[in-house]
Ligand binder design. Structure first.
Ligand code: FE
Length: 209
């Protein structure tokens, strides 16, 4: 095994992996002591990560794309507009929707801890809570976004929104071309969790055969 202790230039990707490894190790210890059932944990996480959580936000985005009046309301009072769809925070935190435009891309972070819009996005991803993301999202947002596979044009501005316990953000991505005939449900399928954090954009619809 080679010695890399002289190398302080770790990539943050490795740190994410370290953190995931530590979570896995903790889960293993708790499982071995009979304290948790990993299948149950996986099911709960799966529910919040891929069903209950981000789907709520995706439906908010789809409604905003489909209904200009709703989009206006969302801009003025996101808390009320989102609550009208039945999604409310547990602690009465306020929501603000930030809209991507051709000129500006928005990115959400919590530099202090891990404040996150649970009511619309469910559980935060591991990387959202990682110190590397929290610091680098502010220092080098374009580089961080690129590491997620999204190359933004150099002339596109990036606005960073620092979440707090009182005010949390959701990014409303731009509506992709070729989606004019789609239902709100179909539109919501194009909106990933990461697109509502700002580390991705909305997916392009599959071209009909
Ligand atoms: Fe926080």
């Amino acid at each position: 095994m080679s010695d890399h202790h002289h190398d302080h230039d770790h990539h943050h990707d490795n740190r994410y992996t370290d953190m995931q490894a530590r979570v896995k190790a903790l889960e293993t210890v708790l499982t071995e002591k009979g304290l948790i059932d990993p299948t149950a944990i996986d099911a709960i996480v799966e529910t919040y990560e891929t069903r209950v959580g981000p789907r709520n936000g995706a439906l908010v985005v789809a409604r905003a794309w489909a209904d200009p009046d709703f989009a206006d309301w969302l801009k003025r009072d996101a808390t009320a507009a989102i609550a009208s769809l039945g999604f409310t925070g547990r602690q009465g935190e306020h929501m603000r929707a930030v809209f991507n435009t051709p000129d500006t891309h928005n990115l959400i972070v919590c530099t202090l801890c891990s404040c996150y819009p649970w009511a619309v996005l469910g559980l935060p991803p591991v990387w959202y809570k990682a110190p590397a993301y929290r610091s680098r999202a502010v220092i080098d947002p374009r580089g961080v976004i690129a590491e997620f596979g999204l190359e933004l044009p150099e002339d596109k501005k990036i606005r960073i929104w620092d979440s707090t316990a009182e005010l949390r953000y959701i990014v409303i991505p731009e509506r992709p071309d070729g989606t004019e005939a789609m239902s709100e449900d179909e539109l919501a399928d194009l909106v990933s969790r990461d697109a509502m954090i700002g580390t991705a954009i909305a997916a392009t619809p599959r071209v009909a055969a």
